[in-house]
Design a protein around this ligand. Structure first.
Ligand code: ADP
Ligand code: ZN
Ligand code: ZN
Length: 758
């Protein structure tokens, strides 16, 4: 008898192990990679066949085996490459195989059972389907009578429109939808008539939804610079060699990285193969998508984060069948199936959005792609102006091939950066968030008919509310953070849990009525900007971009010149290329630097460089103003000169001294508990377990710090405690934890290569 091991697709942490099922005769073709339906604790659930295994020799065990109920699809969903990647993920990210595998299937537990009954209503059998709805539309095809009529020219004279429609149907090798026919001049009425005469057949056709249809730009033929040519040549050679080589394409802002991606992708498309382009967020990279559309037209599928499950199913279907050759997508597109993947490009590879932060497993799409590329031989191109320091280090060490783009090909020069000391502004009694220098520059820019971008990384109106008499700040009842005043609805909001509250009329602790608002967020800054002559402001932050395509709308209104100043959080600093922007102001350049995290400098440097890179991209000279209370800060000065290599050299020395990545691996353990005492006790037990292992010599180079309360010690009523583990090689530690009692502990979370340690 055939038996298989199945990973159960249920989001339950205790399902680390797989279960053995017997395979009925009718499903004897089942093998690794098939999606199946199996009975599991009284339910029918989806599972993934992990391997065929020898049947148990013990008869009693054999008798008890349950049978696989049905197979999903018409071939295995997982190929060897996907299986290998899922295996790697479960080991590296400390999750179950099922948790890794379920990322590769479109949608969650997505099966539906339909009973098939005979005329007397007796149950015959069940049919299982994915819960995905295929979208079907009315479509026509030609039949033999129609072909004969066409050959005889029966309709050519008297019913010309019907004759033409028949010709269209005869030329197509699949049914044509009503809209496809209409595009070519055959109306629905004509087709209904043909069907009535028995010359065409009405049926249905699967339509692949494309929720990202936008007007394409014209394809531009640019003469590549020597650096661009060299980069393209090396990437193309690697695509042909299919040896899974990794590249770091380090190019200053505006150096034409996108042009390199386009040529490398075209090379793949010409060869009839497929390319994946990952971007941090589709909404902020509309320009990149448009340039790809100009080159590849409908040959592109776009997977953004707001796709419905059905739309996602369609996108994946197009890639799996090879119907499209280019996939542009966000983090989750790292798990798409491909007919023939030949190249992977990750734009802005340093971006935090490639890291899953909320759900298990907490993977990084960049590392997942590295593994998939290793397994398929597709080269991986990591592009950035400010690479992740770990990526940069690997390129320096020769592990990755380092490609540089050092000039802006359209002749524009990097902007002049000026640092304004906000302490002086205070000393001279300017209490506005806008320095006098920046106010003046904004006015001049507006008067010249040019545009400006202003970055302030705090949304809301004011940033906290405090009692003047006792110093009490208003905090969220569910989270250990201050609530933020929002002027839109005149209420207080928690940025961690979304909870809202009315503005208090008196202090909750001393009942004083002297409540005051402090700090400045984007809404208040917008108000202040509006008072400057000729300045008309658009704001882009999380609050103004809730609607679908809101980012695109704001950016295109700004690009059209309707408004001349764009203020917003870090989303204004990313990706876009607006030639008329000549001024960039950063209101609080040091805010990102003050976080107690080892990556604070790296993030601040990257954000400042990206922001500055928005100025002066067209013909005109750019000007940038960094406002800071820390005017001597090294990082701010390095960002002002856009000198990534010097920054990296200094920062890597610090990382080495303090034993942080890329010199150490990090694992963050987080305990979440409603009960502060219980949470703390569990965290202590985990730390003690690790210390004991260490003492007993099993985990020698391990460093354990904590447990300590997280920087935000409570979110959504859950107390958070962190333990930070560092080692040159964490694999033994991971294994020790996975063999311990803590493996299935529900409220303990493993975060491998955490984005931050706070
Ligand atoms: P990056 O992605 O590196 O920030 P882009 O690819 O957006 O840069 O290019 C910046 C600008 O330079 C774009 O307007 C692009 O059209 C232009 N550009 C790119 N390559 C060339 C080239 N070889 N010749 C002229 N202009 C170019
Ligand atoms: Zn008070
Ligand atoms: Zn809250």
């Amino acid at each position: 008898m055939l038996t298989v091991n199945v990973a159960i697709n249920l989001p339950v942490k205790s399902l680390f192990r797989q279960f053995t099922y017997a395979v009925p005769e009718a499903l004897a073709f089942l093998d690794r990679g098939w999606r199946v339906v199996v009975p599991f604790s009284g339910q029918k659930v989806e599972g993934f066949v992990v391997e065929r295994v020898p049947a148990p020799t013990d008869d009693a065990v054999l008798q008890k085996l349950k049978y696989v109920e049905a197979a999903l699809g018409d071939k295995p969903w997982f190929d060897e490459e996907m299986l290998a990647t899922a295996q790697w993920m479960s080991k590296y990210y400390m999750c179950s195989l099922a948790e890794a595998m379920r990322l590769f299937v479109p949608g969650k537990t997505s099966i539906k059972r339909r009973a098939v009954r005979d005329a007397q209503g007796r149950l015959l059998y069940y049919v299982y389907n994915e819960r995905l709805k295929e979208k079907l539309v009315l479509a026509y095809s030609i039949n033999d009578a129609g072909r004969a009529a066409l050959a005889e020219g029966m309709l050519a004279k008297r019913a010309k429109a019907q004759h033409l429609a028949l010709e269209l149907l005869a030329a197509a090798d699949e049914p044509l939808s009503v809209s496809e026919l209409a595009e070519q001049g055959a109306s629905g009425a004509v087709l209904r008539e043909l069907a009535k005469r028995g010359l065409a057949v009405a049926g249905s056709k699967r339509i692949l939804r494309n929720s990202y249809e936008r007007a394409a730009e014209r394809k531009e033929y640019l003469q590549l610079t020597d650096e661009q040519k060299a980069a393209v040549a090396q990437i193309n050679a690697a695509t042909d060699a299919a040896a899974g080589q990794t590249f770091l394409l380090q190019g200053i802002t505006g150096s034409g990285k996108t042009e390199v991606y386009l040529r490398a992708a075209a090379h793949v498309v010409d060869a009839g193969r497929q390319v994946l382009v990952l971007v941090p967020e589709i909404a902020l990279t509309a320009q990149l998508v448009k340039r790809f559309q100009a080159w590849f037209g409908d040959n592109i599928a776009v997977a953004h984060s707001k796709l419905s499950q059905n739309e996602r199913g369609d996108v994946w279907h197009r890639m799996r069948t090879g119907a499209a050759q280019v996939l542009i997508g966000v983090r989750s597109a790292a798990f798409a199936p491909f007919a023939d993947l030949a190249l992977v490009i990750i734009d802005e590879e340093h971006e935090g959005s490639y890291k899953e932060e909320d759900h298990r497993p907490r993977y990084n799409a960049r590392e997942v792609m590295k593994e998939r590329c290793k397994n398929t031989g597709a080269p991986l191109v990591l592009g950035s102006a400010t690479p992740d320091l770990c990526t940069y280090y690997k390129a320096q060490q020769g592990e990755y091939t380092h490609l540089y783009l050092t000039v802006r090909p359209n002749g524009s020069v990097l902007p002049q950066v000026e640092i304004v000391d906000m302490r002086k502004e205070l000393a001279e009694r300017n209490f506005s968030v806008l320095s006098r220098r920046l106010q003046q520059a904004l006015v001049t820019t507006a008067a010249a008919g040019e545009q400006a971008i202003v970055l302030l990384n705090r949304r809301g109106y004011s940033t906290f509310v405090m009692c003047r008499d006792c110093g009490q700040t208003i905090t969220c009842p569910h989270c250990a953070v201050a609530m933020v005043y929002h002027s839109a609805n005149s209420d207080l909001r928690c940025h961690y849990c979304g909870n809202t509250a009315p503005i208090p009329t008196e202090c909750p602790s001393c009942h004083s009525r002297r409540i005051k608002f402090f700090g400045t967020g984007t809404q208040k800054a917008e108000e202040q900007l509006e008072t400057l002559p000729e300045v008309r402001v658009l704001r882009m932050d999380q609050d103004s971009t809730v609607a679908k395509f809101a980012h695109e709308n704001i950016l295109s209104r700004f690009a059209s010149g309707e408004r001349n100043v764009l203020i917003g959080t870090q989303m204004v600093a990313k990706g876009h290329d607006i030639p008329n922007v000549t001024l960039v102001g950063v209101l609080s350049a040091d805010s990102a630097l003050n976080l107690p995290d080892y990556r604070a400098s790296e993030r601040a440097f990257s954000l400042l460089t990206q922001a500055a890179g928005r100025a002066g991209r067209g013909g005109k000279a750019g000007h940038v103003i960094f406002q800071t209370y820390d005017a001597e800060n090294r990082i701010i000065h390095l960002a002002a000169t856009q000198d990534y290599d010097s920054f990296a050299k200094e920062e890597l020395e610090l990382r080495q001294d303090f034993f942080y990545p890329p010199f150490a691996q990090l694992l963050k353990l987080t305990v979440l508990d409603k009960d502060e005492g219980k949470g703390s006790a569990l965290a202590q037990r985990v730390a003690m377990f690790l210390q004991r292992e260490q003492l007993e010599g099993r985990l020698q180079d391990l460093l354990v710090s904590g447990p300590f309360p997280a920087l935000v010690a409570k979110v959504r009523d859950l107390y958070r405690f962190n333990i930070l583990l560092k080692a040159q090689d964490l694999q033994p530690v991971k294994e020790a934890l996975l063999q311990s009692e803590f493996k299935e502990q529900k409220n303990l979370y493993f975060d491998v290569d955490p984005a931050s340690v706070i």
